[in-house]
Design a protein around this ligand. Structure first.
Ligand SMILES: [Mg+2]
Length: 280
């Protein structure tokens, strides 16, 4: 708590008055600095992709192995292997957008996100390119499943290609939100099911619980229960990347109710924490 109060005090003192007034956005500062500049972040991402590389041959060889237990139905043993990767903060680094939000004293908006995506300047998450190239060399089909919206597909593909990521053009392997009527929801299960129709999905990669299960949109207790249910998946079939900047972990603290005023959402985050009280 002391540390938290100290951090808030420093933020309020050092930032320009316009930014200091927007307490909600100042809360992005440490998360974004950590993600964008720290070796701790890079080491975490590289280690996670390395672990996936080590699991790859096991996953390919075991025909009963699937990473989408809720969507992979019927006999999938003879289907060719595929992996599903989320894009933002899993493959593509958008911390420059978050940094801009802090600098400009703004919060996320699709109106500013679209020009950022169209600038095609997202970076590569450390370790992702090596893993994806390895998987592709082993005959694994690469699917990118993202909640970027369909009109942003061309810029997204251009950005991925410029960073060196392979994109299989023989079918739609860049699956964005709203490309089809049944893909309008941010919930990804219909798109995981689409991939699972023709492939055995051996691994799934994301920075958000929703990249793995629709239960991400539940209450904090629901999320904990789902976490328990799928605890055996992590590190073998499911690979999670740190994203302290945004995600359903944040909105779960205020019941995913973005209509609440920023101060109310912030209070609910404060209420969500467990506090130590020193003895008098
Ligand atoms: Mg993401």
């Amino acid at each position: 708590m002391k540390k938290l109060l100290a951090t808030l005090a420093v933020s309020t003192t050092l930032l320009s008055p316009a930014m200091a007034d927007d307490h909600g956005q100042n809360d992005l500062l440490d998360a974004t600095v950590w993600t964008q500049t720290s070796v701790e972040y890079k080491a975490n991402a590289i280690g996670t992709y390395k672990l996936a590389s080590l699991m790859l041959d096991v996953a390919i060889a075991d025909k009963s192995w699937t990473a989408v237990p809720e969507e992979q139905t019927g006999d999938f043993s003879s289907k060719p292997p595929a992996v599903i990767l989320d894009l933002d903060e899993t493959v593509m680094d958008n911390s420059a957008y978050q940094a801009w939000l802090i600098k400009a004293g703004k919060s996320y908006s699709s109106k500013t996100w679209a020009p950022f995506v169209n600038a095609e300047i997202s970076g590569a998450i450390p370790g992702s390119l090596d893993f994806i190239k390895l998987a592709e060399s082993r005959g694994v089909k690469i699917f990118y499943v993202s909640n970027r919206k369909a009109p942003l597909e061309e810029a997204t593909r251009n950005n991925l290609k410029a960073l060196g990521y392979p994109i299989d053009e023989s079918e739609d392997t860049v699956i964005l939100r709203g490309e089809k009527e049944e893909w309008k929801s941010s919930k990804k299960s219909p798109r995981r099911a689409y991939v699972a129709d023709n492939y055995r999905v051996i691994m799934n990669f994301g920075d958000n619980f929703g990249d793995f299960t629709d239960a991400a949109k539940g209450s904090m207790a629901d999320r904990e229960a789902a976490m328990e249910k799928f605890a055996h998946m992590w590190g073998t079939k499911w690979f999670m990347f740190a994203n302290p900047m945004y995600g359903t972990w944040e909105s779960a603290t205020f019941d995913h109710n973005w209509k609440l005023p920023v101060e109310e959402r912030r209070q609910k985050k404060l209420d969500a924490m467990t506090y130590w009280e020193p003895a008098e």
